[in-house]
Design a protein around this ligand. Structure first.
Ligand SMILES: *Cc1c(COP(=O)(O)O)cnc(C)c1O
Ligand SMILES: *[C@@H]1O[C@H](CO)[C@@H](O)[C@H](O)[C@H]1NC(C)=O
Length: 258
């Protein structure tokens, strides 16, 4: 059950949803800071429930900083199988504590079994895809993928920055946020997902340096055309990705010097 809602069926004073990789910019919540704040504010563990939505990053954090752990007072974690692992159909895993599962489970009469899913049924094929992907890669394979993706994201960011293009990458993220390319055809050809004046590239395990180089050189070349006679200017994205990451004509000076 990949969705993040319906994670607890009991009343708790303070339900908290943490994100490990926001969808567009890949920002990661710091669970340790949040636990510290809860403690400082006098919240005992029975008064809050923490769900970790780690759809994309859940398979990366174990190799980065081990931030998500049931040794900490968290209630549940979800990961998607069709993202970092690349399963060919949407699927996911929710891990939670036994006490919650027992509480959620009901006896589904027509299957004569206890079940914790909303519909009393689930896809039986997707766990096989998940298992296959996990066992084919193994722990070291996954670790290598994580390292490669982080390096490639940094590479893409550095190259765009050198080319004077607005770009930002959150800490430990593989999502490279850049200024929205001016041409719809370019956006369509590269299948870029855009929000406001931003586009993002998620540097997944299947992305090679060669693909990144092609993307960069095409963008740099086309950009020269879009902005050549000064009639159009690259968008200002300072409000969305920070002035220090914005290379628009107004923020350019700071950008070059930073
Ligand atoms: C993709 C994503 C979702 C949705 O997960 P699905 O498994 O595709 O339903 C939820 N939260 C975050 C942070 C995501 O990146
Ligand atoms: C389990 O459910 C009961 C009744 O619905 C509730 O009182 C109790 O707090 C729940 N326990 C947990 C751990 O969710």
């Amino acid at each position: 059950m990949p969705r993040t809602s319906v994670v607890c069926n009991f009343l708790v004073e303070l339900p908290i949803f943490l994100l490990f990789g926001t969808t567009f910019k890949g920002a990661i919540d710091d669970v340790d800071v949040i636990l510290e704040i809860l403690k400082d504010c006098g919240y005992s563990q029975d008064r809050f429930y923490i769900h970790c939505d780690a759809a994309l990053c859940g398979l990366m954090t174990p190799f980065i900083n081990n931030m998500i752990s049931f040794k900490k007072p968290i209630g549940s974690v979800t990961i998607s199988g069709h993202k970092f692992l690349g399963c060919p159909m949407p699927c996911g895993v929710q891990i939670t504590r036994k006490s919650y599962i027992n509480n959620l489970s009901t006896n589904v009469e027509y299957i004569a079994s206890m079940d914790a899913t909303i519909s009393g049924s689930r896809n039986g094929l997707t766990p096989i895809f998940l298992w296959y992907s996990l066992s084919a890669k193994g722990q070291f394979g996954l670790q290598k993928d994580v390292k490669k993706c982080l390096e490639n994201a940094k590479y893409l960011k550095d190259r765009l920055q050198q080319a004077g293009i607005s770009v930002m990458v959150n800490e430990l993220s593989i999502i490279v946020v850049l200024e929205r390319p001016r041409d719809h055809e370019f956006v369509r050809r590269w299948q870029l997902s855009c929000v406001k004046d931003m586009a993002h590239v998620i540097v997944m395990p299947g992305i090679t340096r060669e693909m990144l180089d092609n993307f960069i050189s095409e963008l740099v070349q086309q950009r020269k055309q879009w902005y050549k006679d000064g009639k159009a200017e690259a968008p200002c994205v300072a409000d969305d990705i920070g002035a220090q990451n914005c290379a628009c004509s107004y923020h350019k000076i700071d950008y070059i010097s930073s």
